[in-house]
Design a protein around this ligand. Sequence first.
Ligand code: NDP
Ligand code: 8X3
Length: 243
Amino acid sequence: MITGATSGIGRATALRLAAAGYEIVAAGRREERLAQLRHEIEQAGGRCTTLRFDVRREEEVRRCLEPLDRVDLLVNNAGLAAGLEHIDRGDTRDWDAMIDTNVKGLLYVTRVVAPKMAAAGGGHIVNIGSIAGTEPYENGAVYCASKHAVHGLTQAMRADLLADGIRVTEIRPGMVDTEFSTVRFHGDRDRADRVYEGIEPLSGADIAEAIAWVAQLPARMNVNDLVLMPAQQAGSYYTHRKL
Ligand code: NDP
Ligand code: 8X3
């Protein structure tokens, strides 16, 4: 089960895991995109069901996820950055969207799925964090805070779910070329493109490859924390642009 499967990392992960033989449950809000993804997976001989819900709405999350019989792997990927602004000028609606999606949404989904895994004797939860989860940067306070929360939650979840046989992994990418920056800049694609100027960013498929790797390791083995960056990036503040 993958949240945020309509775009970017989540969509690439759904395709990659379907190709590896997983039966996919793909979630997101955009119905047409979900239908297209399902079609692509089925055309390639895979299996996919889709669930349309907003992770910020606990009732919706419960209604959609409670009926699932079994979830072996949950990829908590749905998330966003909204705005890039100093803390004294930020839009509080952007802050709410980030905290409600990146933190509370991940919690709502996990709260329904983790007991199913425990009842089945185990499972694997992969949280998509960010380098922003350990490296705060100017103008990104609330996004960074939300990903710091994901980083902290992941570590505590790992301890909480240890005795249930549930592995918990955090994947923490740097720059990945998805719709992320277009969403951050509220649809301004030119501004979004400038984020990656002179850099070959990672792709959603690159991150999907890492998720497929951690998910298919022997059951005795867990990757706790995996940080992935483009070769031209060394951290939030360090990029080598070839302009
Ligand atoms: P995209 O914008 O391409 O994809 C985001 C996905 O999240 C979409 O499928 C979107 O689906 C879903 N989503 C957003 N809000 C909600 C919501 N309220 N309810 C349900 N689904 C939602 O960005 P990415 O693929 O890059 O982002 C995926 C994750 O990766 C995020 O958690 C992001 O923070 C993280 N990340 C991204 C990096 C990057 O540079 N791109 C780097 C580090 C981490 P829909 O709109 O259909 O609901
Ligand atoms: C996305 C990467 O550096 O824009 O999490 O915060 S960054």
